[in-house]
Design a protein around this ligand. Structure first.
Ligand SMILES: Nc1ncnc2c1ncn2[C@@H]1O[C@H](COP(=O)(O)OP(=O)(O)OP(=O)(O)O)[C@@H](O)[C@H]1O
Ligand SMILES: [Mg+2]
Length: 370
C-alpha cells in the first residue's frame, strides 16, 4: 500500500493475480493507495476493517462472485454506500450488467481495460471521497464550535444570574445594616434630645427652637434611611407580591414625577421564583427612571399580564421615542442591565418606538408549567 496526500484507499478485488497486479501498478502510478483482495470473502473482510473511496470488483470469481460480494457489501452499514465498479469481460451480456446494477454497482468497466478511462473514473471517486471527508470534518468542527458556544452561553447565563443574586443579597445586607445601625442610632439620638429638651427652662427659648429643628432633622434623616434601605431591598415585593409592588411603585412615581400612569395589573400576583419577581421589579424601576430622565412623556401605560407559560410586562410612554442606536450599544448600561436580569430565566426584552412614537418596552419571562 502506498500512502499519498489523499487518505482514500481503493480496494481491488480480482482472483486473477495478473489482473490484480496490473491494476495495482496502474493506480499506484497515478498516486493512489490500493488494497488487494483475491476473493469475495477477503474483500468482505477488508470492508469491515476500513473505508474505501471505490471498490473495483471482478464479476467472475470462484466461490463468492462479484454480484454476491456486492450484495453483501450493500447490506453492511460500513460499506452500504461505497461506490463499486464492476470489472467484466467483453463476453458478458446485457442481462448480467443489469444484475450488476441491481447488486449495487455504480459503473462497469469492460476488460481489457483502457488505462486512461479507469484512472479517470477512479480519480472522480477519490475526489468525491476526499471532499466528503473534508465536509464531514468541517461539520464536526462546526458542531464542536457550536457546542462550545452553547456552553459558554450557558456559563454566561449562570454567571449573570449569580451576579444579580449576589447584588441583591449584598443590597439586602447593606439595607439591614443601614436600617438597624443608623435607625437605632437615630432613635437613640432622638430620645437623648427629648431628655435634653425636657430639661430646658422656659427662658431658654433659642435652645428650645434649636432642639425643635434638630427633631425635624432627625425625623427626615430617619425617613431618608428608610427610603435608602427600601431602595436597596424592595420590601414591598416580599410583603405584597409583584403585581401590588408594581402598582405601589407606579403610584409613587406618579406622585414624584407628575407623569400620569395608566395601570393594568392581573388580579392576583403570579407565582414566581423570588429571583424572578426581583428581576421584573428592578427592570420596572429602571424603565420608570428612564422615562423620567429621557422621554419627556406625559403619560405611561403599564400592563402586566400572565398568560399560560409567560409573564409579560409592557411599559409604553408617549414621549420622544427611543433611538435605535441607543438600544443596541454597550454604553446603554441600564438597558444592558435589564437584559442581563432576564437572561438567567430565559426571558427577553423587546424595545420599540421610533422618533415621536414614544417608547415601548416588553419584558417577557417564561413561567414554569403551572
Ligand atoms: N423611555 C425612553 N424614551 C426615550 N429614550 C429613552 C428611553 N429609555 C431609554 N432611552 C434612551 O436610551 C438610552 C439608554 O438607556 P439606558 O437606561 O441604558 O441608559 P441611561 O438611562 O442613559 O443611563 P443609566 O446607565 O444610568 O441607566 C438613554 O440614554 C436614552 O437616550
Ligand atoms: Mg437608564
Amino acid at each position: 500500500m502506498v500512502s499519498t496526500s489523499s487518505q482514500a484507499n481503493i480496494l481491488i478485488v480480482d482472483d486473477d493475480q495478473k489482473g490484480r497486479m496490473a491494476l495495482q501498478e496502474l493506480l499506484q502510478s497515478a498516486g493512489h493507495s490500493v488494497v488487494l483482495a483475491e476473493s469475495g470473502e477477503e474483500a468482505l473482510r477488508c470492508v469491515l476493517k476500513q473505508d474505501f473511496a471505490v471498490i473495483l470488483l471482478d464479476v467472475r470469481m470462484p466461490g463468492f462472485d462479484g454480484f454476491a460480494t456486492a450484495r453483501t457489501m450493500r447490506e453492511r452499514e460500513r460499506s452500504r454506500s461505497t461506490p463499486i465498479i464492476f470489472l467484466t469481460g467483453a463476453y458478458e451480456d446485457l442481462s448480467s450488467m443489469f444484475r450488476g446494477y441491481e447488486a449495487g454497482a455504480v459503473d462497469y468497466i469492460v476488460k481489457p481495460l483502457v488505462p486512461e478511462v479507469l484512472k479517470f473514473k477512479v480519480s472522480i471517486f477519490v475526489d468525491l471521497y476526499d471532499k466528503n471527508a473534508a465536509l464531514t470534518r468541517e461539520i464536526a468542527d462546526r458542531k464542536r464550535a457550536e457546542d462550545r458556544l452553547t456552553k459558554s452561553e450557558e456559563n454566561l447565563r449562570a454567571l449573570a444570574g449569580r451576579l444579580q443574586s449576589v447584588r441583591e443579597e449584598e443590597g439586602a445586607r447593606i439595607a439591614r445594616e443601614i436600617h438597624d445601625e443608623l435607625g437605632q442610632a437615630l432613635t437613640g439620638l432622638k430620645m437623648d434630645l427629648v431628655w435634653v429638651a425636657d430639661r430646658l427652662r422656659t427662658d431658654q427659648k433659642p435652645l428650645a427652637g434649636r432642639a425643635k429643628s434638630m427633631f425635624r432633622l432627625i425625623d427626615s434623616t430617619i425617613q431618608s434611611v428608610r427610603k435608602i434601605a427600601s431602595r436597596l431591598r424592595p420590601e414591598v415585593l416580599d410583603d405584597l407580591g409583584l403585581a401590588a409592588a408594581i402598582g405601589w411603585q407606579a403610584k409613587d412615581f406618579r406622585r414624584r414625577s407628575g407623569i400620569r400612569c395608566k395601570l393594568s395589573l392581573p388580579p392576583q400576583s403570579p407565582t414566581l421564583e423570588p429571583g424572578q419577581s426581583t428581576a421584573v421589579f428592578r427592570i420596572f424601576q429602571e424603565l420608570l427612571t428612564n422615562v423620567a430622565r429621557h422621554a419627556r412623556a406625559t403619560r405611561i401605560d403599564i400592563e402586566m399580564r400572565v398568560d399560560p407559560g409567560v409573564l409579560t410586562l409592557t411599559v409604553e410612554d408617549n414621549g420622544k421615542g427611543i433611538a435605535a442606536s441607543a438600544i443596541g450599544t454597550p454604553k446603554s448600561l441600564g438597558i444592558l442591565g435589564m437584559r442581563e436580569r432576564v437572561l438567567p430565566f430565559g426571558g427577553s426584552i423587546e424595545i420599540t418606538g421610533g422618533p415621536d412614537e414614544g417608547a415601548k418596552v416588553v419584558v417577557s419571562i417564561p413561567l414554569g408549567l403551572q
